[in-house]
Design a binder for this molecule. Structure first.
Ligand code: BG6
Length: 482
């Protein structure tokens, strides 16, 4: 493979320090980066190379597991690193970047834009003007891509005049999670489920990403974004796609992305009335977590005193297609909730008549629970006879815990996705038309919310607004282990 250089815009930012550089370090440690691979951090700060290395070293010590960081690997990893001071909006600054890249010869270039999406178009235009883009270049765009349909289309169009579609990697780190990829294995590696995987076999599906963290010092970003754009537009809709898609012809990028697109296009639009009936948005107020008081959203730094930004969303959605018509998919996500859990619960239809004298509707049996994090597992709950004289049935799970089933360690999502970019594998990245379809569905919901009052309050550390419980049921916080 041609030698490559990875240029990270936002190279001193939070994402680079917490995720990207630790992931690259781990890839380096495992021998997954070619010897000639170089990494250039780009940022506005007036660092020289040594100051940048010191910052990266600190970040690695903090964010790489303690046993994985050692001086020998750092010495070689750091020799791959460079820093260029650059203001993304100042054309002449790109000369400095061009000089640095020229010194490195003519390797293929990957530009990772870990910046707000408002900068995507100017950065791409400047890179092009400086003669830094060629047919071997790639560009990685961090989510959220745009703020609404219009801005997303603008980005797609303008970036598309400089990079062709197969040079653009729209990253959604949820797709890099090992357990998310396991959904493909579950659905398309086991004939067992396919017969049931439709409106006849499945009563409803719940997809939940509950977080305990608040806005983590990202108030200014979050205030403009909210849970719908931050989590639903990308992570939750992508999970929905994998669960609901038709079997693709292969795992080739476009085979998978064509099927994702069909799911997104089959999302039943939510008009004003449905938004009232089928959605709940919430905002956390002060509460208790881990026994300590935590501030409400309105008291976080950089938040408007009268903010209506949602920190919680629950949605009941349907897909207009033969496989899924009439099956509710409940999507739910929120910050400052009582537990941290990302989970998919597939509730199969109940038996038509119970011969055991218990109600046929026992919501705890007949379900598949896929825990994405933490403690990744797959549990199939079956009704089973409890030992004893009486014929008493209760749900018991067949339990696959990934940590015990496989002794090898799993790659972190960014490690995996960065390697995919380096290797040119597009399957786990959104195509432009998918992004467009997701925004087309999301936009009217956000617009309808603008006409509503404040989001429902919920106390930090709780299960979210009561109205959400009524809408999507218990499944939105954590599965109840039998
Ligand atoms: C990011 C969001 O995309 O995903 C954050 O911007 C969120 O607000 C994070 O906290 C959750 O990711 P994970 O992998 O920790 O579940």
């Amino acid at each position: 493979m041609k030698a490559q250089v990875l240029v990270i815009f936002g190279g001193t930012g939070d994402l680079a320090m917490r995720k990207l550089l630790p992931a690259l370090y781990q890839n380096h440690r495992e021998g997954a980066l070619a010897d000639g691979m170089r990494i250039v951090g780009v940022g506005r700060e007036g660092f020289d190379r040594n100051a940048y290395l010191a910052k990266v070293c600190d970040a690695l010590r903090q964010f790489v597991p303690v046993d994985d960081f050692d001086d020998a690997h750092w010495a070689i990893f750091s020799s791959r690193l460079d820093f260029v001071q650059l203001d993304a909006l100042i054309s002449s600054d790109y000369e400095r970047l061009a000089d640095t890249l020229r010194v490195q010869g003519r390797p293929a270039r990957i530009f990772y834009l870990a910046t707000p999406s408002e900068l995507f178009i100017p950065i791409c235009a400047e890179l092009n003007r400086a003669g830094l883009v060629s047919v071997t270049s790639k560009v990685v765009l961090e989510k959220p891509l745009g703020h609404d349909l219009i801005s997303a289309r603008h980005i797609n169009r303008e970036v598309g005049t400089i990079f062709s579609e197969n040079q653009i990697y729209r990253i959604d780190h949820y797709l890099g999670k090992e357990t998310v990829q396991n959904l493909f294995a579950l659905r398309f590696g086991n004939g067992l489920f396919e017969r049931l995987w439709n409106r006849d076999g499945i009563r409803d599906v719940q997809i939940t990403i509950a977080e305990q963290v608040g806005v983590e010092g990202r108030g200014a970003f979050y205030e403009r974004t909210g849970a719908m754009r931050d989590m639903v537009q990308n992570h939750l809709l992508q999970l929905l796609c994998i669960l609901a898609m038709e079997p693709p012809l292969s795992l080739e990028a476009d085979a998978v992305r064509d099927e994702n697109l069909k799911v997104l296009r089959s999302l039943k639009p939510l008009g004003r009335d449905e938004v009232v009936r089928q959605t709940v948005r919430g905002q956390y107020t002060a509460g208790q977590m881990h026994g300590a008081p935590v501030a409400g959203y309105l008291d976080e730094p950089d938040i408007h005193t009268d903010s209506r930004t949602e920190t919680f969303v629950a949605l009941k959605v349907e897909l207009n297609n033969w496989r899924w018509a009439g099956v509710p998919f409940c999507l739910c996500t929120g910050k400052r909730l009582q537990s941290r859990v990302a989970e998919i619960v597939v509730n199969f239809r109940d038996v038509p008549h119970s011969v055991f004298g218990v109600p046929a509707t026992d919501t705890r049996g007949n379900r598949l629970v896929i825990r994405l994090q933490p403690d990744e597992s797959l549990k199939l709950y079956l009704m089973t006879k409890a030992p004893g004289d009486e014929m008493t049935v209760r749900p018991v799970s067949l339990n696959l815990e990934f940590a015990t089933a496989f002794s090898t360690s799993r790659r972190d999502a960014y490690e995996r996705l960065l390697l995919d970019v380096i290797r040119g594998r597009l399957t786990l990245f959104m195509r432009g038309d998918e992004l467009d379809a997701a925004w087309q569905w999301i936009d009217p919901v956000i617009q309808a919310w603008h006409e509503q009052d404040h989001p429902e309050p919920y106390a930090a550390g709780s299960a979210g607004p009561d109205a959400a419980l009524a809408l999507v049921g218990q499944g939105h916080v954590a599965s109840c282990d039998a």
